[in-house]
Write a protein that binds this ligand. Structure first.
Ligand SMILES: Cc1ncc(COP(=O)(O)O)c(C=O)c1O
Length: 382
């Protein structure tokens, strides 16, 4: 049954994964699942190696300076919270965009109610964040700019290089939410001037759910929002200052991180450019087909603009929720409907009414026939 599913909801979490990911998780659970860093026996040591490998592969993928700069979390949301709550103090000003996921919007809103001020720069569906507005938005108190790399609603790509350069020139910290780009776009934290890179492990990195993390530029430190056992300096009352232990308390997700390593290994062996090219071909096929169906409004960057593998649409005859439900029950096609945890983004593109959008997000493991089946089904609903 599951083999017949046409899965086009990869922006939420990816499926399928490379075969090696399934094997790695299974192997870790059976053969490497001691508590890493907590004992000297062989089982704990082999679990420690799983974590070391995962850090090493993230370091390579993002061109981080050294593995200790990679901190693992259960998802991107926790990584965002670590950054915002660990770096912002009373009176700080933060710049963000109108296209952000609630993982960024909500913690910022909470902090704004208590200690900081926030400016949201409008975004254009084709170009992303209006970088021309950055200069006039900065104040003497601006400490951080945080934005996503690729919008999870519209697939809009933000000009990370430009924003990174802007931050560097002004001594402002730059945090990138790469939940939708890590694994399918080249990210070089050093070349792009990124101080904090936030990633989900379970989307384009092909890891299991329960994986994600954070890169911090060397020299930066965050106040902890969680303290506890780290397997290191256990005699101290204080949380160790050294990374990654400072920000990684409690038993880590060893099987998940084994899967994440296998996912990143697959990406590095396949080539990000190859993955991106296949996704672009699929999304272009989807957009070309959608444009020929009457009664569908496409909300995505125009064809000549760079885009992620994510397309939002609205149908004349059905709400997004109704359409997604029919696609699932009558056609075996999994897509997502609603606000995609990003009401701000919908507000900015006038898609908040009528229940948000129907979001179609293929990935590298989809084929043309999946796109065509989706187009056929949408044709019948239009
Ligand atoms: C742009 C963006 N940021 C953050 C998140 C949150 O990711 P996670 O579910 O790994 O916490 C998502 C998830 O969809 C996302 O698309």
């Amino acid at each position: 049954m599951v083999n017949e599913l046409i899965y086009l909801d990869n922006a939420a979490t990816s499926w399928r994964k490379p075969e090696t990911v399934y094997h790695a998780v299974d192997k870790a659970l059976r053969e490497q699942c001691g508590n890493p860093g907590r004992a000297g026996h062989r089982f704990a040591v082999s679990a420690g190696r799983v974590l070391d490998d995962a850090r090493l592969f993230c370091t390579r993928l993002f061109n981080a300076e050294k593995p200790e700069q990679i901190v693992f979390t259960a998802n991107a949301t926790i990584a965002v919270n670590l950054v915002l709550k660990g770096i912002l103090n009373s009176g700080d000003h933060v710049i963000t965009s109108s296209l952000e996921h609630n993982a960024v919007v909500r913690p910022l809103h909470r902090l704004e109610q208590r200690i900081i001020s926030v400016s949201k720069i409008p975004a254009d569906i084709d170009y992303g964040i209006r970088t021309d507005l950055l200069e006039q938005t900065v104040t003497a108190k601006t400490k951080l700019i945080i934005c996503n790399h690729i919008s999870n609603v519209f697939g809009t790509v933000n000009d990370i290089n430009r924003i990174g350069q802007f931050c560097r020139e002004r001594g402002i910290l730059f945090a990138v939410d790469a939940a939708q780009s890590a694994g399918c776009r080249n990210i070089d934290v050093q070349a792009m001037g990124i101080d904090f890179l936030i990633f989900s492990g379970h989307k384009s990195l092909f890891g299991p759910q329960g994986t994600g993390g954070l890169y911090l530029r060397p020299g930066l430190q965050l106040e902890t929002i969680i303290e506890g056992g780290t397997g290191s300096r256990s005699e101290l009352l204080e949380q160790p200052e050294s990374l990654p232990d400072h920000l990684e308390s409690g038993t880590p997700n060893t099987p998940g991180l084994a899967g994440l390593t296998a996912g990143i290994r697959f990406i590095l062996e396949t080539g990000i450019d190859v993955i991106a090219a296949k996704e672009t071909q699929l999304v272009n096929r989807l957009l070309t087909g959608l444009a020929e169906i009457p009664g569908i409004r496409i909300i995505a960057p125009k064809p000549k603009f760079e885009r992620g593998c994510i397309v939002s649409v609205q149908l004349k005859k059905f709400s997004p929720e109704q359409a997604a439900s029919i696609l699932d029950s009558s056609f075996g096609i999994a897509v997502r409907s609603g606000f995609h945890c990003a009401a701000d983004a919908h507000r900015s593109m006038n898609t908040l009414e009528n229940g948000g959008t129907l979001r179609i997000s293929p990935n590298y493991f989809n084929e043309n026939q999946h796109i065509d089946a989706c187009l056929d089904a949408l044709q019948k609903l239009s």
